[in-house]
Design a protein around this ligand. Sequence first.
Ligand SMILES: NC(=O)c1ccc[n+]([C@@H]2O[C@H](COP(=O)([O-])OP(=O)(O)OC[C@H]3O[C@@H](n4cnc5c(N)ncnc54)[C@H](O)[C@@H]3O)[C@@H](O)[C@H]2O)c1
Ligand SMILES: O=C(O)C(=O)C[C@@H](O)[C@H](O)[C@H](O)COP(=O)(O)O
Ligand SMILES: [Zn+2]
Length: 372
Amino acid sequence: MTDTLIQTLDVALGERSYDIVIGPGLLGSLSQHIETVSPTARIAIITDETVYELHGQAIEQALAGRQTHIIIRPAGEAQKSLANLEDILDSLFRAGFDRSDLLIAFGGGVIGDLAGFAASIYKRGMPFIQVPTTLLSQVDSSVGGKTAINNQFGKNLIGAFYQPQKVVTDTDLLKTLPARQLKAGYAEVLKYGLLGDPAFFDALEAGLGQDILDLDEAALTKAIHVSCATKAKIVAQDEREGGVRALLNLGHTFGHALELEAGYDGDLLHGEAVSVGMEMAFRFAVEQGLCPVADADRVSAHLAATDMPRISDMTHLLHDPAALLKHMGQDKKNESGHLTLILPRKIGETFIEKRADREAVLRFLTQLRDEA
Ligand SMILES: NC(=O)c1ccc[n+]([C@@H]2O[C@H](COP(=O)([O-])OP(=O)(O)OC[C@H]3O[C@@H](n4cnc5c(N)ncnc54)[C@H](O)[C@@H]3O)[C@@H](O)[C@H]2O)c1
Ligand SMILES: O=C(O)C(=O)C[C@@H](O)[C@H](O)[C@H](O)COP(=O)(O)O
Ligand SMILES: [Zn+2]
């Protein structure tokens, strides 16, 4: 490990502040990172079967000499369930963990959200750290403290804001990530350009995006750094999504509705839904006269050029516009029965529309269905 390749970002949240440490080979020095968080703790590692098979030995070796208990769950979005949460909590109780111990979420966003939520409610809260293993979790989900599970009414509807004590991001872990998962993560990277950083979008469009998808190390490091720095800044301003943090939800209101419609069985990944959802947000904003069509076209062209999921790939999920609108009605950003949407004014400039016109959204979804 070369120390010069290691970057540290601060998530400035007063007494809940923490570091995001980013670089190659960091898993090997995990013990050292835990030292500063909780030196005497016993450690519960929560991971999924795929991550365990690929990197389980490495984390166990890194924590050799410490008292560890590993909880391995099946992989996939369906695991963000109440039943699975209960299994994890039971396992922690059986092993006798207490609030002086430490939990490690070792996996992608599913494990991060699930394990983070378990940590938030176990004996009213035990410390946890994030060791993200997917691009999506390294650029987004490991930072900011949103933890949650899904239920029949929608995505992340049961959860808590609960910050980790540290995020340890080993970029080497991405070497085993399948191309489809890399693309899913790329959607959230793109989101950071589209929501407020037009120069970053320009760079992605000019080739950085393809380099990320080609697993170029420097490009990945840049993507992780820019995304985490942007997210850390927004979260520091608005930890519990009272305002500006909602911008991080660009593409998610449409996207989460599509995910629920698809069922959480792997047919549509979160990042894929976000890719389509962002294209929908731009198209809807054009329909509403809020955003120039040239900007929406540029977004669509970039999605096409990088072979990312598009609205046109969603024909099987668009057949019931009223159902999609109903799903959107459960979104956590909604207030007093009004639909909230994150919409673009242009590439790199978004705003929170707290009273989106439901009829217009239904017309838009119907039009997409009819064009499909
Ligand atoms: N809390 C937040 O702020 C936030 C932000 C964005 C997304 N999310 C949530 O994150 C979840 C999606 O996360 P994700 O895309 O990481 O999915 P994921 O956790 O399901 O991981 C994707 C797949 O990749 C496998 N995998 C993980 N690491 C690997 C590696 N290094 N090599 C090979 N395979 C590996 C996993 O086993 C899984 O099959 C969604 O539930 C979404 O709602 C949360
Ligand atoms: O951290 C945030 O805030 C986000 O909105 C990041 C999103 O990428 C992420 O998918 C998040 O889990 C969505 O939050 P939700 O509140 O809409 O469930
Ligand atoms: Zn997301």
